[in-house]
Design a protein around this ligand. Structure first.
Ligand code: 5AD
Ligand code: SF4
Length: 478
């Protein structure tokens, strides 16, 4: 048994509630925070009520992030005060990108917050908690700690050696971004682009697979810009890393997100056709279908390049399902620019997508420009979402009659119902026994809904795999 788990047995039991906002990278970070605090006796709980420590792991990417955090902190303060009246100290921490960007403001406006730390320093959490707890003992408000460094030592060097993993897990391989899109806070809150060494990633993947994971989603703000040190002394690209991960016995599925069109290199595209574990789904944000706006966004690619990339990806993997992010109402976007976005959507055909109204983020270049009226942004968002919704439904309906391999992750809402994911990232529910959790089941798809599929489990002999290559372009082009 390792040293940390021995300490876990002797430490006083305490409860930890983590509320996670935003992207999957925050989910990954929250899981690591929980692992780091486990040796100090903290066990995660599902609600803030009665918790000894509360961490808000925040996101700064879109609208009103800071205000949402302050209003949640107001609720946490009530819990802290009630606990204090009963002689119990509750520690409150704010982590993540809002902490990074607004650390001092949080301490000024919310004096009951004990700790504020950014995405790069949570490995110092046990130390911070110890300091904050000591402070709590001596005075009502305790020691107040802020740590928003971009330290030289890496948080990744502080991961535990053993783990029990879920069936499908995240693994951060790259962080930060050097692209500086006009609208985006990430380069400021997450810092410059950094890739983890390949060996550390392979070790962590092995640990996760041994702990029960069958699917790993590789994470990074610019994941396909990955360029970590390889064990052979060379720099590894994402394609190279994926091929090495595919050698791990028991790792059935590999995914990665989020990619930038500029960083899709030949080897990565080829990997989509050559590595069976690499799932046929790619989230590749385009943001806009207008070259003028892409230029204003500083996206460093144009529409033609994006479309060509999609063609090359589909040539490598004909059934590849695509997802994207879109922003409507970026400063300067005209009706004609927006029409070009709709046009791009019609030409590509997306299996799913996220779309947002542009929201000015303080300190980013686009925030300084004249803003479009709210009504224009709302109207454009609505029509884009209508088109994307129709494509998603068409994609799901086109799945009817297929046999999909579904990674069974958890119970569905109804008794006896199981929920899992198909290769194309669709949620699939079907009736089946609990023993199927953590397995890949063959499911005959009988229903295609707005956001999910329904099906019935079939025997392996009946299964013949079908794909849904060019469905949308034929059925939902306008
Ligand atoms: N306004 C609206 N959407 C944004 N995104 C990032 N910054 C903004 C902003 N200021 C969206 C982009 C990005 C996704 C994660 O969030 O589409 O790809
Ligand atoms: Fe933000 Fe992505 Fe642009 Fe980087 S590439 S600045 S993370 S939108």
């Amino acid at each position: 048994m390792t040293a940390p788990s021995t300490r876990r047995e002797t430490a006083t039991k305490k409860s930890l509630f983590i509320k996670t906002y935003g992207c999957q990278m925050n989910v990954y970070d929250s899981d690591r925070m929980a692992e780091l605090l486990a040796p100090s006796g903290y066990e995660t709980v599902a609600t803030a009520d009665g918790a000894d420590m509360i961490i808000l792991n925040t996101c700064h990417i879109r609208e009103k992030a800071t205000e949402k955090v302050f209003s949640e902190l107001g609720r946490m303060r009530v819990l802290k005060d009630e606990a204090l009246d009963n002689g119990r100290h509750v520690l409150i921490a704010v982590a993540g990108c809002v902490a990074q960007a607004e650390g001092q403001e949080i301490l000024d406006r919310a004096p009951y917050v004990d700790m504020v730390f950014g995405p790069q320093t949570y490995h110092r959490l046990p130390e911070m908690v110890a300091k904050a707890s000591n402070g709590e003992r001596s005075k009502r408000r305790g020691a107040r700690l802020i740590d928003t460094d971009f330290p030289v030592e890496s948080k990744f060097d502080h991961l535990p050696q053993e783990t029990t993993a879920a069936t499908s897990v995240f693994l951060t391989i790259q962080e930060g971004c050097d692209k500086f899109c006009s609208f985006c806070v990430v380069p400021y809150t997450r810092g410059a682009e950094v890739s983890r060494p390949a060996t550390a990633i392979l070790d962590e993947a092995l640990r996760l697979v041994r702990g029960g994971a069958m699917e790993i989603t590789l994470l990074g703000q610019n994941v396909n810009a990955y360029h970590g040190d390889g064990p052979d002394g060379r720099e590894w690209s994402l394609g190279r890393l994926i091929r090495a991960l595919a050698e791990i016995d028991g790792l059935e599925r590999i995914r990665y997100t989020t990619s930038h069109p500029r960083d899709m290199d030949d080897d990565l595209i080829a990997a989509h056709g050559e590595v069976p574990q690499l799932m046929p789904f790619l989230h590749l944000p385009v943001q806009s279908g207008s070259d003028r706006i892409l230029e204003a966004m500083n996206r460093k690619h144009d529409v033609a390049t994006y479309l060509k990339l999609i063609d090359r990806l589909r040539a490598a993997r004909p059934d590849l399902a695509l997802s994207s992010d879109f922003i409507v109402g970026h400063p300067g976007e005209s009706d004609a620019d927006f029409a070009e976005t709709l046009n791009l959507v019609s030409r590509v055909g997306f299996a799913q997508a996220y779309s947002f109204k542009y929201s000015p983020r303080p300190g980013t270049p686009a925030a300084a420009h004249e803003q479009l009226p709210e009504a224009v942004r709302s109207e454009r968002l609505q029509s884009l979402q209508q088109l994307l919704g129709a494509q998603q439904r068409a994609f799901n309906v086109a799945s009817i009659g297929q046999t999909q391999e579904v990674l069974v992750e958890r119970a569905g809402q109804r008794p006896g119902q199981l929920l899992g994911r198909g290769p194309y990232m669709q949620s699939v529910h079907f009736e089946g026994p609990d023993r199927l959790f953590g397995t890949i089941a063959k499911v005959h798809i009988t229903e295609g809904l707005g956001n999910s599929l329904a099906g019935r489990i079939i025997t392996a002999e009946d299964a013949s795999s079908t794909t849904q290559a060019s469905y949308i372009r034929e059925e939902v082009t306008r």
